[in-house]
Design a protein around this ligand. Structure first.
Ligand code: PLP
Length: 410
Protein backbone atom coordinates (compact mmCIF):
# COMPACT_ATOMS: atom_id res chain seq x y z
CA UNK A 1 0.00 0.00 0.00
CA UNK A 2 2.91 2.36 0.71
CA UNK A 3 5.76 2.85 -1.78
CA UNK A 4 8.60 0.69 -0.45
CA UNK A 5 11.15 3.24 -1.65
CA UNK A 6 10.06 5.49 1.20
CA UNK A 7 11.64 3.01 3.60
CA UNK A 8 15.00 4.12 2.25
CA UNK A 9 14.61 7.72 3.42
CA UNK A 10 16.21 8.42 6.78
CA UNK A 11 14.82 10.88 9.22
CA UNK A 12 15.70 14.37 8.00
CA UNK A 13 18.76 15.87 9.83
CA UNK A 14 16.59 18.33 11.76
CA UNK A 15 14.43 15.49 13.11
CA UNK A 16 17.59 13.67 14.18
CA UNK A 17 18.77 16.85 15.86
CA UNK A 18 15.47 17.19 17.74
CA UNK A 19 15.87 13.59 18.92
CA UNK A 20 19.46 14.22 20.00
CA UNK A 21 18.49 17.26 22.06
CA UNK A 22 15.31 15.84 23.57
CA UNK A 23 15.32 16.24 27.35
CA UNK A 24 18.51 18.28 27.15
CA UNK A 25 17.08 21.80 27.53
CA UNK A 26 19.38 24.84 27.91
CA UNK A 27 20.37 25.29 31.55
CA UNK A 28 20.82 29.05 31.46
CA UNK A 29 18.22 31.74 30.91
CA UNK A 30 20.20 33.14 27.99
CA UNK A 31 18.17 33.61 24.83
CA UNK A 32 18.49 30.49 22.63
CA UNK A 33 20.09 31.22 19.26
CA UNK A 34 19.43 29.02 16.25
CA UNK A 35 22.38 28.31 13.98
CA UNK A 36 21.45 24.80 12.92
CA UNK A 37 19.45 25.56 9.78
CA UNK A 38 20.44 27.57 6.70
CA UNK A 39 17.51 29.93 7.03
CA UNK A 40 18.68 33.56 6.73
CA UNK A 41 17.05 35.79 9.33
CA UNK A 42 17.80 39.13 7.65
CA UNK A 43 14.86 41.16 6.45
CA UNK A 44 14.41 40.87 2.67
CA UNK A 45 14.07 44.24 0.89
CA UNK A 46 10.84 46.16 1.58
CA UNK A 47 10.14 46.54 -2.13
CA UNK A 48 9.53 42.81 -2.38
CA UNK A 49 7.36 42.60 0.73
CA UNK A 50 5.34 45.60 -0.49
CA UNK A 51 4.57 43.88 -3.78
CA UNK A 52 3.05 40.94 -1.93
CA UNK A 53 1.25 43.09 0.64
CA UNK A 54 -0.21 45.27 -2.12
CA UNK A 55 -1.70 42.42 -4.12
CA UNK A 56 -5.40 42.37 -3.30
CA UNK A 57 -6.81 41.09 -6.57
CA UNK A 58 -5.28 37.95 -7.94
CA UNK A 59 -6.01 35.36 -5.27
CA UNK A 60 -8.83 33.94 -7.39
CA UNK A 61 -6.37 32.75 -10.06
CA UNK A 62 -4.31 29.59 -10.24
CA UNK A 63 -0.75 30.77 -10.79
CA UNK A 64 0.85 29.26 -13.93
CA UNK A 65 3.12 26.34 -13.05
CA UNK A 66 5.62 27.58 -15.65
CA UNK A 67 5.77 31.01 -13.96
CA UNK A 68 4.91 34.39 -15.41
CA UNK A 69 6.79 35.68 -18.48
CA UNK A 70 8.09 38.56 -16.33
CA UNK A 71 9.57 36.21 -13.75
CA UNK A 72 11.26 34.11 -16.41
CA UNK A 73 12.74 37.29 -17.96
CA UNK A 74 14.08 38.39 -14.59
CA UNK A 75 15.67 34.99 -13.88
CA UNK A 76 17.35 35.10 -17.28
CA UNK A 77 18.48 38.67 -16.60
CA UNK A 78 20.20 37.46 -13.45
CA UNK A 79 22.06 34.75 -15.39
CA UNK A 80 23.10 37.30 -18.01
CA UNK A 81 24.48 39.75 -15.45
CA UNK A 82 26.02 37.20 -13.13
CA UNK A 83 27.60 34.87 -15.69
CA UNK A 84 27.78 36.91 -18.85
CA UNK A 85 25.35 34.60 -20.65
CA UNK A 86 24.59 36.21 -24.05
CA UNK A 87 20.92 36.84 -24.76
CA UNK A 88 21.24 34.63 -27.85
CA UNK A 89 22.20 31.64 -25.67
CA UNK A 90 19.26 31.79 -23.30
CA UNK A 91 15.60 32.01 -24.24
CA UNK A 92 13.84 32.83 -20.95
CA UNK A 93 10.57 31.31 -22.09
CA UNK A 94 12.02 28.03 -23.29
CA UNK A 95 14.92 27.57 -20.92
CA UNK A 96 13.86 28.77 -17.47
CA UNK A 97 11.51 26.89 -15.16
CA UNK A 98 10.61 28.84 -12.01
CA UNK A 99 10.23 26.41 -9.08
CA UNK A 100 8.64 26.64 -5.66
CA UNK A 101 12.01 26.77 -3.91
CA UNK A 102 14.93 24.86 -5.36
CA UNK A 103 14.34 21.96 -3.00
CA UNK A 104 11.31 21.21 -5.13
CA UNK A 105 13.25 21.62 -8.39
CA UNK A 106 16.16 19.49 -7.18
CA UNK A 107 13.76 16.73 -6.25
CA UNK A 108 11.93 16.83 -9.56
CA UNK A 109 15.06 16.74 -11.71
CA UNK A 110 15.81 13.20 -10.51
CA UNK A 111 12.40 12.11 -11.83
CA UNK A 112 13.24 13.96 -15.04
CA UNK A 113 16.65 12.36 -15.53
CA UNK A 114 16.36 8.81 -14.21
CA UNK A 115 15.02 6.10 -16.50
CA UNK A 116 14.57 2.52 -15.34
CA UNK A 117 15.54 0.02 -17.97
CA UNK A 118 13.85 -3.36 -17.78
CA UNK A 119 16.35 -5.93 -16.52
CA UNK A 120 19.31 -3.52 -16.88
CA UNK A 121 21.67 -2.43 -14.11
CA UNK A 122 20.22 -0.01 -11.59
CA UNK A 123 20.79 3.62 -12.62
CA UNK A 124 23.14 5.61 -10.41
CA UNK A 125 22.80 9.11 -8.93
CA UNK A 126 26.11 10.69 -7.94
CA UNK A 127 26.39 13.23 -5.15
CA UNK A 128 29.11 14.62 -2.93
CA UNK A 129 29.59 13.49 0.66
CA UNK A 130 28.56 15.59 2.69
CA UNK A 131 25.38 16.09 0.70
CA UNK A 132 22.10 18.00 0.71
CA UNK A 133 19.50 15.48 1.82
CA UNK A 134 17.14 16.20 -1.04
CA UNK A 135 19.65 14.79 -3.57
CA UNK A 136 19.49 11.48 -1.76
CA UNK A 137 15.73 11.50 -1.30
CA UNK A 138 15.15 12.40 -4.93
CA UNK A 139 17.50 9.68 -6.16
CA UNK A 140 15.90 7.07 -3.91
CA UNK A 141 12.35 7.97 -4.96
CA UNK A 142 13.32 8.02 -8.66
CA UNK A 143 14.66 4.49 -8.28
CA UNK A 144 18.35 5.32 -8.66
CA UNK A 145 21.13 4.02 -6.44
CA UNK A 146 22.83 6.97 -4.70
CA UNK A 147 26.63 6.99 -4.92
CA UNK A 148 28.32 9.23 -2.36
CA UNK A 149 31.56 10.68 -3.68
CA UNK A 150 34.11 11.46 -0.98
CA UNK A 151 35.42 15.00 -0.62
CA UNK A 152 38.82 15.77 0.84
CA UNK A 153 41.24 18.62 1.31
CA UNK A 154 43.26 17.25 -1.63
CA UNK A 155 40.30 17.78 -3.97
CA UNK A 156 39.33 21.19 -2.52
CA UNK A 157 36.49 19.43 -0.66
CA UNK A 158 34.76 18.67 -3.97
CA UNK A 159 34.41 15.17 -5.43
CA UNK A 160 37.53 14.06 -7.28
CA UNK A 161 36.17 13.72 -10.80
CA UNK A 162 39.20 11.73 -11.98
CA UNK A 163 38.57 9.11 -9.31
CA UNK A 164 35.07 8.14 -10.46
CA UNK A 165 35.30 4.66 -12.03
CA UNK A 166 34.30 4.31 -15.69
CA UNK A 167 31.77 1.62 -14.78
CA UNK A 168 30.09 4.07 -12.37
CA UNK A 169 29.99 6.80 -15.00
CA UNK A 170 28.45 4.41 -17.52
CA UNK A 171 25.50 3.76 -15.20
CA UNK A 172 25.12 7.35 -13.99
CA UNK A 173 21.95 9.19 -14.96
CA UNK A 174 22.13 12.21 -12.67
CA UNK A 175 25.02 13.92 -10.87
CA UNK A 176 24.30 16.58 -8.24
CA UNK A 177 27.09 19.05 -7.54
CA UNK A 178 26.87 22.04 -5.23
CA UNK A 179 29.13 25.09 -5.47
CA UNK A 180 29.77 26.97 -3.23
CA UNK A 181 29.37 23.74 -1.34
CA UNK A 182 27.27 23.14 1.72
CA UNK A 183 28.74 22.80 4.32
CA UNK A 184 32.44 23.34 3.50
CA UNK A 185 31.94 26.46 1.38
CA UNK A 186 34.42 25.57 -1.35
CA UNK A 187 33.87 26.66 -4.93
CA UNK A 188 34.29 24.77 -8.16
CA UNK A 189 36.38 26.70 -10.69
CA UNK A 190 35.63 26.86 -14.40
CA UNK A 191 37.99 23.97 -15.20
CA UNK A 192 36.20 21.79 -12.67
CA UNK A 193 32.76 22.59 -14.06
CA UNK A 194 34.01 21.95 -17.58
CA UNK A 195 35.37 18.57 -16.62
CA UNK A 196 32.10 17.65 -14.89
CA UNK A 197 30.05 18.70 -17.91
CA UNK A 198 32.36 16.85 -20.30
CA UNK A 199 31.80 13.70 -18.27
CA UNK A 200 28.04 14.30 -18.36
CA UNK A 201 28.11 14.69 -22.13
CA UNK A 202 30.42 11.75 -22.73
CA UNK A 203 28.18 9.44 -20.69
CA UNK A 204 24.95 11.27 -21.47
CA UNK A 205 23.77 11.91 -17.91
CA UNK A 206 22.31 15.06 -16.37
CA UNK A 207 24.67 17.30 -14.39
CA UNK A 208 22.65 19.25 -11.85
CA UNK A 209 24.52 22.33 -10.63
CA UNK A 210 23.05 23.45 -7.31
CA UNK A 211 24.37 27.02 -7.06
CA UNK A 212 22.11 28.27 -4.29
CA UNK A 213 25.02 30.00 -2.49
CA UNK A 214 26.60 31.51 -5.62
CA UNK A 215 26.03 35.11 -4.54
CA UNK A 216 27.61 34.69 -1.12
CA UNK A 217 31.35 34.66 -1.70
CA UNK A 218 34.42 36.13 -0.01
CA UNK A 219 36.90 35.96 -2.86
CA UNK A 220 37.86 38.87 -5.11
CA UNK A 221 35.99 37.34 -8.06
CA UNK A 222 32.61 35.62 -7.90
CA UNK A 223 32.67 31.82 -8.13
CA UNK A 224 32.43 30.38 -11.63
CA UNK A 225 29.09 28.89 -12.62
CA UNK A 226 28.32 25.69 -14.47
CA UNK A 227 26.57 27.70 -17.16
CA UNK A 228 29.90 29.38 -17.98
CA UNK A 229 31.38 25.93 -18.57
CA UNK A 230 28.56 25.15 -21.00
CA UNK A 231 29.20 28.42 -22.86
CA UNK A 232 32.90 27.61 -23.06
CA UNK A 233 32.30 24.06 -24.32
CA UNK A 234 29.61 24.96 -26.84
CA UNK A 235 26.76 22.74 -28.02
CA UNK A 236 26.59 19.21 -26.63
CA UNK A 237 25.53 15.87 -28.12
CA UNK A 238 21.92 16.98 -28.60
CA UNK A 239 22.89 20.19 -30.38
CA UNK A 240 22.26 22.69 -27.58
CA UNK A 241 24.71 24.66 -25.46
CA UNK A 242 22.98 23.63 -22.23
CA UNK A 243 22.80 19.93 -23.10
CA UNK A 244 23.25 17.63 -20.11
CA UNK A 245 23.12 20.52 -17.66
CA UNK A 246 20.53 21.96 -15.32
CA UNK A 247 21.52 24.90 -13.13
CA UNK A 248 19.53 25.67 -10.01
CA UNK A 249 19.28 29.08 -8.30
CA UNK A 250 17.25 30.38 -5.38
CA UNK A 251 16.18 33.57 -3.66
CA UNK A 252 16.33 31.84 -0.27
CA UNK A 253 19.99 32.69 0.28
CA UNK A 254 20.63 35.51 -2.20
CA UNK A 255 17.72 37.61 -0.97
CA UNK A 256 17.31 36.16 2.54
CA UNK A 257 13.82 35.04 1.55
CA UNK A 258 13.50 31.31 2.29
CA UNK A 259 9.83 31.87 3.09
CA UNK A 260 9.12 33.07 -0.43
CA UNK A 261 9.73 29.57 -1.85
CA UNK A 262 11.09 30.84 -5.10
CA UNK A 263 13.91 29.66 -7.31
CA UNK A 264 14.45 28.49 -10.85
CA UNK A 265 16.08 25.83 -12.95
CA UNK A 266 17.68 26.62 -16.33
CA UNK A 267 18.57 24.13 -19.01
CA UNK A 268 18.15 23.18 -22.65
CA UNK A 269 14.73 23.82 -24.21
CA UNK A 270 14.01 20.08 -24.32
CA UNK A 271 14.95 19.44 -20.69
CA UNK A 272 12.94 22.45 -19.50
CA UNK A 273 9.92 21.46 -21.59
CA UNK A 274 10.03 18.00 -20.02
CA UNK A 275 10.52 19.42 -16.54
CA UNK A 276 7.50 21.65 -17.08
CA UNK A 277 5.50 18.67 -18.29
CA UNK A 278 6.35 16.85 -15.09
CA UNK A 279 5.69 19.86 -12.89
CA UNK A 280 2.26 20.50 -14.37
CA UNK A 281 1.20 17.19 -12.86
CA UNK A 282 2.97 17.83 -9.56
CA UNK A 283 1.59 21.42 -9.63
CA UNK A 284 3.87 23.09 -7.09
CA UNK A 285 3.76 26.79 -7.87
CA UNK A 286 4.00 30.07 -6.02
CA UNK A 287 1.29 32.76 -5.93
CA UNK A 288 1.33 35.48 -8.59
CA UNK A 289 2.26 38.15 -6.04
CA UNK A 290 5.22 36.04 -4.95
CA UNK A 291 6.30 35.69 -8.57
CA UNK A 292 6.20 39.47 -9.00
CA UNK A 293 8.20 39.96 -5.81
CA UNK A 294 10.66 37.31 -6.95
CA UNK A 295 11.10 39.04 -10.32
CA UNK A 296 11.88 42.32 -8.54
CA UNK A 297 14.46 40.56 -6.34
CA UNK A 298 16.20 38.90 -9.29
CA UNK A 299 16.33 42.32 -11.00
CA UNK A 300 18.11 43.96 -8.06
CA UNK A 301 21.75 43.43 -7.09
CA UNK A 302 22.15 46.23 -4.52
CA UNK A 303 20.53 44.29 -1.69
CA UNK A 304 22.68 41.27 -2.52
CA UNK A 305 25.87 43.31 -2.21
CA UNK A 306 24.75 44.50 1.22
CA UNK A 307 23.96 40.92 2.25
CA UNK A 308 27.34 39.70 1.08
CA UNK A 309 29.07 42.43 3.08
CA UNK A 310 27.03 41.47 6.13
CA UNK A 311 28.15 37.84 5.93
CA UNK A 312 31.75 38.96 5.45
CA UNK A 313 31.48 40.88 8.74
CA UNK A 314 30.10 37.80 10.47
CA UNK A 315 33.10 35.81 9.28
CA UNK A 316 35.38 38.51 10.69
CA UNK A 317 33.65 38.08 14.05
CA UNK A 318 33.99 34.30 13.76
CA UNK A 319 37.69 34.61 12.93
CA UNK A 320 38.23 36.83 15.97
CA UNK A 321 36.37 34.49 18.33
CA UNK A 322 37.26 31.07 16.93
CA UNK A 323 40.35 31.67 14.77
CA UNK A 324 43.26 29.27 15.24
CA UNK A 325 41.04 26.74 17.04
CA UNK A 326 38.45 24.07 16.25
CA UNK A 327 39.60 23.88 12.64
CA UNK A 328 38.22 27.35 11.90
CA UNK A 329 38.79 28.61 8.35
CA UNK A 330 37.32 31.30 6.16
CA UNK A 331 35.39 29.53 3.40
CA UNK A 332 35.35 30.89 -0.14
CA UNK A 333 31.56 30.97 -0.22
CA UNK A 334 28.28 30.11 1.51
CA UNK A 335 27.37 31.04 5.06
CA UNK A 336 28.49 28.11 7.18
CA UNK A 337 31.26 27.28 9.58
CA UNK A 338 32.36 23.65 9.45
CA UNK A 339 34.23 23.16 12.68
CA UNK A 340 36.26 20.16 13.75
CA UNK A 341 35.26 19.73 17.38
CA UNK A 342 36.30 16.11 17.95
CA UNK A 343 32.80 14.70 18.48
CA UNK A 344 30.07 16.64 16.67
CA UNK A 345 27.12 15.15 18.54
CA UNK A 346 28.70 15.66 21.97
CA UNK A 347 29.58 19.27 21.09
CA UNK A 348 26.06 19.87 19.75
CA UNK A 349 24.54 18.65 23.03
CA UNK A 350 26.94 20.75 25.11
CA UNK A 351 26.39 23.88 23.03
CA UNK A 352 22.64 23.56 23.44
CA UNK A 353 22.50 22.67 27.12
CA UNK A 354 25.32 24.96 28.30
CA UNK A 355 24.89 27.94 25.98
CA UNK A 356 21.51 27.68 24.24
CA UNK A 357 23.19 27.56 20.83
CA UNK A 358 21.68 25.13 18.36
CA UNK A 359 24.03 23.73 15.71
CA UNK A 360 23.96 20.59 13.53
CA UNK A 361 26.28 17.57 13.95
CA UNK A 362 28.34 17.04 10.81
CA UNK A 363 27.48 13.33 10.83
CA UNK A 364 23.86 14.18 9.97
CA UNK A 365 25.05 15.54 6.62
CA UNK A 366 27.33 12.68 5.67
CA UNK A 367 26.92 9.06 4.65
CA UNK A 368 28.88 6.56 6.76
CA UNK A 369 31.40 4.39 4.90
CA UNK A 370 30.84 0.64 4.52
CA UNK A 371 32.98 0.01 7.63
CA UNK A 372 30.67 2.26 9.70
CA UNK A 373 33.17 5.13 9.99
CA UNK A 374 31.68 8.54 9.34
CA UNK A 375 33.83 11.31 7.96
CA UNK A 376 31.41 13.96 9.31
CA UNK A 377 31.54 12.74 12.90
CA UNK A 378 34.11 15.21 14.25
CA UNK A 379 32.34 18.22 12.78
CA UNK A 380 29.52 20.61 13.57
CA UNK A 381 27.89 22.85 10.99
CA UNK A 382 27.06 26.38 12.06
CA UNK A 383 24.81 28.52 9.88
CA UNK A 384 25.73 32.20 10.27
CA UNK A 385 22.17 33.24 9.54
CA UNK A 386 21.35 35.48 12.50
CA UNK A 387 21.77 39.26 12.59
CA UNK A 388 25.23 40.63 13.54
CA UNK A 389 24.55 41.17 17.22
CA UNK A 390 23.05 37.72 17.77
CA UNK A 391 25.90 36.20 15.77
CA UNK A 392 28.49 37.84 18.02
CA UNK A 393 26.68 36.71 21.17
CA UNK A 394 26.29 33.17 19.83
CA UNK A 395 29.90 32.81 18.72
CA UNK A 396 31.18 34.23 22.01
CA UNK A 397 29.16 31.69 24.00
CA UNK A 398 30.16 28.97 21.56
CA UNK A 399 33.88 29.65 21.80
CA UNK A 400 33.66 29.47 25.60
CA UNK A 401 31.92 26.08 25.53
CA UNK A 402 34.21 24.63 22.85
CA UNK A 403 37.32 25.87 24.62
CA UNK A 404 36.06 24.34 27.86
CA UNK A 405 35.36 21.05 26.10
CA UNK A 406 39.02 21.12 25.12
CA UNK A 407 38.48 20.03 21.57
CA UNK A 408 40.77 22.72 20.30
CA UNK A 409 42.52 21.93 17.02
CA UNK A 410 44.35 24.48 14.96
C1 PLP B 1 22.70 22.90 -0.86
C2 PLP B 1 21.31 23.37 -0.87
N1 PLP B 1 20.59 23.27 -1.98
C3 PLP B 1 19.31 23.68 -2.04
C4 PLP B 1 18.70 24.24 -0.94
C5 PLP B 1 17.23 24.61 -1.07
O1 PLP B 1 16.93 25.91 -0.99
P1 PLP B 1 15.46 26.42 -1.34
O2 PLP B 1 14.52 25.25 -1.44
O3 PLP B 1 15.09 27.30 -0.20
O4 PLP B 1 15.58 27.15 -2.64
C6 PLP B 1 19.41 24.39 0.25
C7 PLP B 1 18.76 24.97 1.44
O5 PLP B 1 19.26 24.99 2.52
C8 PLP B 1 20.75 23.95 0.28
O6 PLP B 1 21.51 24.08 1.36
Amino acid sequence: MINARLERLNDYPFQRLADLLKGNDPRSNDRPIMLHIGEPQHQPPDFAIDIIAGDRKRWNLYPPVVGTPGLRESCAGFLRRRYGVPASALDPHAQIAPVAGTREGLFMVALLAVTQSEGGPKPLALMPNPFYQVYFGAAAMAGAEPVFLPTSAASNWLPDLDAIPEETLRRTQVFYLCSPSNPQGTCADLAYWKKALELARRHDFMLVADECYCELYYTPAPPAGAIEAALALGPGPHGHVLDNLLVSHTLSKRSSAPGLRSGFVAGSPHAIAMLNRLRVYEAASTPLAVMDAAAALWDDDAHVEATRALYARKYEIAARLLGGRHGFYQPAGGFYLWLDVGDGEAATRALWSEAGIKVLPGAYLTKPAADGSNFGKPYVRIALVQELEATEIALTRMSQVLDRLGTSRA
